[in-house]
Every structure is written in structure tokens, then in C-alpha cells.
Design a protein around this ligand. Structure first.
Ligand code: KG4
Ligand code: ZN
Length: 345
């Protein structure tokens, strides 16, 4: 294997998506996702055991489809990268076990990597090597944070004190009677709504102890109170306007804090990552505010923001390019992997 020409297979099973991506020489060659979301939707959330069983079922077909899409045989793979955490531990165990077995069978290196770092690294597939340093706004179903990333380190700057941004989207969608996962449904409903219809709170905007931290639980409560004030029935216009006003409040808080972090830390590159980075309003407001602050903004296309295997392969590829030692095969699957740990050593 040459460092630049490596064929890296990435495995993602931290939640309900079985994702396998293949990156060759830094280029995305395959990105296949099997999702158990339809099974989960009827429970209104992800049921861990349903997710784990679905990963077991999806592993073989997803692997075959990824190799076919990339036009390679399994024996062409030079390294396997797999999400080792954070996530649902039973779901992670399926991917980690499968990836270890695959790497051992092929006699290649394995990298047990951090899901959150992979959400940042995926941008390299579209926009080339990330600058050093760069600030990342990471917004997913389980995490919301601002981090400073250098060539070999990730340092937290701020985080949510309660709900993650995606969790807030999912909870508010449920209040509005929209299906799970709520983010894309709120995004669609908001497109025809008025984002100034309701003045919803933005938390921690002036608290010097929490300049870069987020809080979304008060916003969720405010939406709940607003809906109660409508009485029994909500009409479609109200749903669209609440969706738009809520989305605006989240996007406003996220973008203001991301710009402030860049300005205060003297960093002029910002990257967005995680499922909520697929949100159309967050993307457009971030673009507008980044331009106003003379920041260079990098945002992966929406399909690469939500969970997938390409992002794990992208991080594996980056680690190989940076000469990082592969992970010793005894590494665990862990639900609480801090963002500072890019990969197990
Ligand atoms: O990164 P991700 O796919 O999985 C986790 O690592 O959690 O993020 C999933 C989250 C869900 O909460 C989902 O509702 C949200 O991302 N999401 C969105 C959009 N697409 C997905 N939120 C807002 N707008 C979207 N378009
Ligand atoms: Zn994710």
C-alpha cells in the first residue's frame, strides 16, 4: 500500500444507518447506506436492539454493494476504518466486530475512529485537505459542539448544556405531529413558513461563562407552550410557521456562536458537520454570516452530512496520510468516546 493510493473501507454503524464507504487515493468511490429508519419510525425514535439486528442483516449486502460501486474486489482493500464511538453500544459492536474480522481476514490494518471526527473529515472528500487550524461546528442527533481542529488534535470550545440540536429538531417535530427523524420534515415544512412569525428564545447569547455553549431545551419548552396556546387543532399554516420560527432560532444561535468562536480564536476557516448541517436554513444563514465575517466556510453536501460510511473512510484516509499508527485490534466499541479522541491507538 502506498500512503497516497490507499484503498480505505469505512464502516459506520453507530445508530440506525449501516454505512460502508470506499475512498481510494482520497477520492470517494463508494457510499452505500442501508437504513432501519422505517422500522424505527413507528416507535418514534431509534430502538437500540432493532438497530443492532438491522446492522447484522445489512452488513453483507451493503459490503457487496459498496465493492461493486467502487469497482473493486474485497482483496483490493488496504485498510479498514470503523466507528468505535460514540453511539449506541450494541450497534457499534456489530460494525466494530465485522470490521475487525474483515481486517483480520484480509490481513490489513484497522482504525477504530471517532464518529464526530469523521463528520468533520468527510469534508475533505469534496473540498480537499482541511486547513490547520479550522473550527468545526458539529451538530448531530446526539451532539452539538464547537471544536478547534489542528493536524493531530481536536480541542472542544463549546457544547450543548442539554439537548443536541438534532434532538431538538426531533422533539419539536414530534410536537408538531411530524414523523421521525424530525429534522428533514421541519426543514421541508419551514420552506413555506414565515420564520419571523413567532419570536422564540435563543439561549446563552450573552452569558460570558457560556460564550460558545448551546442550550435548546428552553426553546423546545417555548414551542410546547406556543402550541398549547393554539388550542386543540393546529392548522397547516401554524405548523409551517412554527417550524420556520424554530429552525430560525436554532440556526441563529448556532451561526452566531460559530462566527464568534472563529473571531475570538483568530481562526478564519469554519467547517460544518453532522446531520443538522444538512439543514437548508443553517447552511444559508451560515454562508451569509461567514461572508460577513470574512470567514472561509466549508460545508459537505447534505448527503454526506448525515451518517454514512464515506465519512469514516475519509477519516481513515486522513489518518493514513498523516502517518497515524493503526489501532491495535483489541480496541472497544464505546458509547462515550470524547471528541478529543480521534482514533484509538
Ligand atoms: O449525524 P446524524 O445523521 O446522526 C447522529 O450522529 O446523530 O444526525 C441525525 C440528526 C437527526 O436529529 C436529524 O433530525 C437531523 O440530524 N437532521 C436534520 C436534517 N437532516 C437530518 N436536522 C435539520 N435539518 C435537516 N435537513
Ligand atoms: Zn452522526
Amino acid at each position: 500500500m502506498t500512503q497516497t493510493g490507499a484503498v480505505v473501507l469505512g464502516v459506520e454503524t453507530s445508530c440506525d444507518e449501516t454505512g460502508i464507504g470506499i475512498v481510494i487515493d482520497g477520492q470517494l468511490r463508494a457510499n452505500v447506506i442501508a437504513s432501519s429508519i422505517d422500522e424505527q419510525a413507528r416507535f418514534g425514535g431509534v430502538v437500540p436492539e432493532v438497530a443492532s439486528r438491522a446492522h447484522v442483516d445489512a452488513w453483507g449486502p451493503t459490503l457487496d454493494a459498496a465493492c461493486e460501486q467502487a469497482g473493486i474486489a474485497l482483496t483490493d482493500v488496504d485498510a479498514v476504518a470503523v466507528t468505535a464511538g460514540p453511539g449506541l453500544v450494541g450497534a457499534l459492536l456489530v460494525g466494530v466486530s465485522a470490521a475487525k474480522g474483515l481486517a483480520a481476514g484480509l490481513g490489513v490494518d484497522v482504525y477504530g475512529v471517532n464518529h464526530l471526527a469523521a463528520h468533520i473529515a468527510v469534508d475533505e472528500l469534496e473540498h480537499g485537505e482541511l486547513p490547520d487550524p479550522v473550527i468545526a461546528l458539529l451538530v448531530s442527533g446526539g451532539h452539538s459542539s464547537l471544536v478547534l481542529m489542528t493536524a493531530d488534535r481536536i480541542e472542544p470550545i463549546g457544547q450543548t448544556l442539554d439537548d443536541a440540536a438534532g434532538e431538538a429538531f426531533d422533539k419539536v417535530a414530534r410536537l408538531l405531529g411530524l414523523p421521525f427523524p424530525g429534522g428533514p420534515h421541519i426543514d421541508r415544512a419551514a420552506a413555506d413558513g414565515d420564520h419571523a412569525a413567532y419570536d422564540l428564545p435563543r439561549a446563552l447569547m450573552h452569558d460570558p461563562d457560556h460564550l460558545y455553549d448551546f442550550s435548546f431545551s428552553g426553546l423546545k419548552t417555548a414551542v410546547s407552550r406556543l402550541l398549547a396556546s393554539f388550542g386543540e387543532e393546529m392548522n397547516d399554516a401554524q405548523v409551517r410557521n412554527v417550524a420556520a420560527s424554530f429552525q430560525e432560532a436554532v440556526a441563529d444561535a448556532l451561526t452566531r456562536k460559530a462566527v464568534a468562536a472563529c473571531r475570538d480564536k483568530g481562526v478564519d476557516h469554519l467547517v460544518l458537520g453532522g446531520g443538522v448541517a444538512a439543514n437548508s436554513r443553517l447552511r444559508s444563514l451560515m454562508e451569509q454570516r461567514a461572508e460577513g465575517a470574512s470567514l472561509v466556510l466549508r460545508v459537505p453536501r447534505p448527503g454526506l452530512c448525515t451518517d454514512n460510511g464515506a465519512m469514516v473512510a475519509a477519516l481513515g484516509s486522513r489518518l493514513i496520510r498523516h502517518g497515524v499508527t493503526p489501532t491495535a485490534p483489541g480496541f472497544p466499541a464505546t458509547s462515550h468516546m470524547p471528541v478529543t479522541s480521534i482514533a484509538f491507538s
